[in-house]
Design a protein around this ligand. Structure first.
Ligand code: ATP
Ligand code: MN
Ligand code: MN
Length: 301
């Protein structure tokens, strides 16, 4: 009787009993991290991440052959993910309905990773009521060539403007080029109201300081400016969730950051999927306690 050789990359029980196949497949060619390492990262940060990603419709950036090959943005269920990747039917504009995906535990996250997911993007509403947004996000997108210092200044100016109208906000480094300013909100306003508020807020900033800010997506109008992307706040939009890895060079991750700490940052990608331990330590830090949570309502203005 011949015992077959163990293949180089035998499926191995990842965290939560999810079999991760091709653990040795390099997903991030520039820095060398493998699918197995990506799975280990998500298993490690799941407790930090789930409060922000759990029970929200999610879209996935999947790159089954690694980030240098074809990647796609998946919004709907293809039926094949696994028992901990759930569906939530959401009405489409045309009157039909589509099954969106959601997870609620580490097993669900890892089943997505097994299917080649690198990034998790979440709705600003929970599966319990997808018509009831519970956050507002200002995604600051700098024009190429702008200094990260300009992005930091913009983020803290936005924080101050929000504070003027009584709103607490939090900063997240996107793991890419920009900063997201996140305003947790109690539900009670419609998507229309959220979108309208976010648009007017962004337009007011660009009117006040047209040399620094633009509220129009057009790249041509962004020259030397920061686009305050308020479009994350319309029904159906998503934004990358805290602790998601990014399908970008060096395997960076999106991370919560305290306002004071932001001042010292050199760029929007100081941490990578190699830093799960550091991210756990940071999460214990007083400066980050309560990050992303506030009981407050969108003002009626
Ligand atoms: P950066 O800081 O580099 O801007 P980011 O995550 O903010 O990083 P953006 O390009 O500003 O990136 O944001 C795009 C947003 O649009 C993402 O957060 C995501 O949720 C969504 N998105 C990304 N790809 C697609 C896609 N193919 N189709 C629809 N929405 C997408
Ligand atoms: Mn952005
Ligand atoms: Mn954007």
């Amino acid at each position: 009787k011949v015992t077959p050789e163990k293949p180089a990359s035998a499926p191995k029980e990842g965290g939560e009993g999810v079999k991760i196949s091709s653990r040795d497949r390099v997903v991030f060619p520039e820095s060398g991290q493998t699918k197995g390492e990506l799975a280990d990262y998500y298993a490690a940060v799941a407790p930090l991440m789930l409060p922000f990603v759990g029970r929200r419709p999610v879209s996935l950036v999947r790159c089954p052959q690694g980030r240098s090959r074809k990647c796609f943005f998946q919004k709907h269920d293809s039926g094949s993910f696994g028992d901990s990747v759930h569906h939530v039917p959401i009405k489409e504009k045309d009157g039909g309905s589509e099954d969106y995906l959601y997870v609620e535990d580490a097993r669900g996250l890892l089943q997505c990773v097994q299917m080649g997911t690198i990034e998790f993007h979440g709705w600003g509403a929970r599966t319990s009521d997808v018509e009831a947004p519970d956050k507002m996000i200002f995604d600051l997108d700098p024009d190429e060539g702008l200094d990260f210092g300009d992005v930091k200044q913009a983020a803290s100016d936005i924080k101050a403007r929000l504070s003027d109208i009584g709103l607490v906000s939090f900063a997240m480094l996107s793991g890419g080029k920009g900063v997201h300013v996140i305003v947790p909100l109690e539900t009670g306003h419609s998507w229309e109201a959220h979108k309208d508020f976010a648009r007017r807020f962004a337009e007011a900033l660009s009117l006040a300081e047209p040399d620094r800010f633009t509220a129009t997506m057009s790249k041509a109008k962004r020259k030397g400016k920061i686009f305050i992307d308020w479009l994350r706040n319309q029904r159906g939009s998503t934004a990358v969730v805290p602790y998601s890895a990014r399908a970008r060079t060096g395997a960076p991750v999106a991370v919560p950051i305290a306002w004071d700490e932001l001042k010292k940052m050199q760029d929007a990608k100081p941490f990578s999927i190699d830093d799960a331990d550091k991210l756990h330590e940071r999460a214990q830090d007083k400066a980050l306690s309560g990050w992303g949570f506030a009981a407050q309502t969108l003002p009626d203005v």
